[in-house]
Design a protein around this ligand. Structure first.
Ligand SMILES: *[C@@H]1O[C@H](CO)[C@@H](O)[C@H](O)[C@H]1NC(C)=O
Ligand SMILES: *[C@@H]1O[C@H](CO)[C@@H](O)[C@H](O)[C@H]1NC(C)=O
Length: 216
């Protein structure tokens, strides 16, 4: 029986210990937010400087300011705000939506999303890719959950009469975000090209650019 050979036991212990050591070192890679983000994430913060706070995110205790044209606000807990997420394939966010407001149509190119209605109710949905462009929409009450597949346009509107709070989780620590209205009307994208590429008429493009702070 080989466990009776002391030299083998020592060797086995040494192998197990070194394995244990290497798995511990790879358990996590808290983002060093001062490093440059690459396609594989951030450089790891030195483990001796990692604390419990790197794995805790308290910003979502309160929602953001909903006094804006959407009557809604989303606060992200992505890797840029929450360094312990680096490499874990997870992120979180909180959205607050007043009655009549909406989180506008947007996409996260790198993540699927799951939402949980914590307060109030929302009408949420997403749109499948072309050519079918099917709209999957549902009114969600408090406690209900919906998923938005990766990369597809989605939204949440508060069609109820009370404040709504939604908690979202994501399948990537850096989901990315593109908001359709800001991408078209909140920048210096030439009005001529916006008209050409959307078939929206000039007057409406100018109106929306003024509303959303765009130029051009
Ligand atoms: C760890 O933190 C200390 C104190 O903030 C800092 O001086 C030191 O450079 C850090 N070490 C590494 C390796 O990041
Ligand atoms: C919310 O934003 C509005 C508009 O920018 C501002 O007037 C108001 O003071 C803000 N409220 C708080 C509590 O910060």
């Amino acid at each position: 029986m080989f466990h009776r050979h002391p030299s083998f036991s020592i060797l086995l212990s040494a192998v197990l210990l070194s394995h244990l050591h290497s798995t511990q070192a790879a358990d996590f890679c808290v983002a060093d937010l001062t490093s440059r983000m690459t396609t594989t994430g951030y450089t790891c913060k030195n483990p001796t400087n990692v604390t419990a706070d790197d794995f805790v995110f308290t910003t979502l205790v309160r929602g953001g300011n909903t006094t804006n044209i959407n009557k809604a606000v989303a606060v992200p807990g992505f890797v840029q705000q929450f360094p312990g997420l680096n490499g874990l394939g997870l992120a979180v966010a909180r959205a607050d939506i007043e009655p009549g407001g909406a989180i506008p149509l947007h996409t996260h190119p790198a993540a699927s999303e799951m939402i949980y209605v914590a307060e109030g109710s929302v009408t949420a949905g997403f749109i499948s890719g072309a050519p079918s462009n099917v709209v999957y929409v549902k009114k969600l009450n408090k406690g209900e959950v919906m998923v938005f597949p990766r990369g597809l346009f989605h939204f949440q509107a508060n069609t109820g009469e009370e404040h709504a709070t939604v908690i979202a989780s994501f399948s990537n620590s850096d989901p990315g975000v593109q908001v359709v209205s800001s991408a078209l009307f909140g920048n210096d994208f030439s009005s001529f090209l916006v008209e050409k590429t959307t078939n929206i008429d000039e007057a409406e493009v100018k109106k929306l650019k003024a509303l959303l702070g765009g130029s051009g």
